[in-house]
Design a protein around this ligand. Sequence first.
Ligand code: ZN
Length: 142
Amino acid sequence: MNIDQLYREVILDHASNPRNKLFNQDVKDYKQKRGYNPSCGDDIVIFIKFNNNQIEDIIHHAQGCSISVAATSICSVALKGIDINLAKTKIENYLNMVQGNNYDNSLFSRDELAFSGIKNFPARVKCASLAWKTVLELINEL
Ligand code: ZN
């Protein structure tokens, strides 16, 4: 399996089986924010429970194309349980990665790096960025 196939498998896996999905969890202690991508119709809501400077928990409700759902799932896994400042660094580097700019790949796991090829599909960059940008907006509102 080459790296492109591997990355495609990762994205399909997260799109068909998103992690940290909203079911019937009690989200009253969570801050929430909606993200919408009009060019594709991707519509997500991110729920984050902050504890001091940490993202203690992150849940999402994501509807849209498989790229956006997979990116939301992977974003939730990547940022759950980490410090807010590290989360900001990861988000900035992820956005650089999908836009084809320089980024620090040592920050990312294999699943997150699966989105490194999105830069070759400019129409999908917004789909891949939506969840990460929505989390950043939520953090910036703190
Ligand atoms: Zn999309």
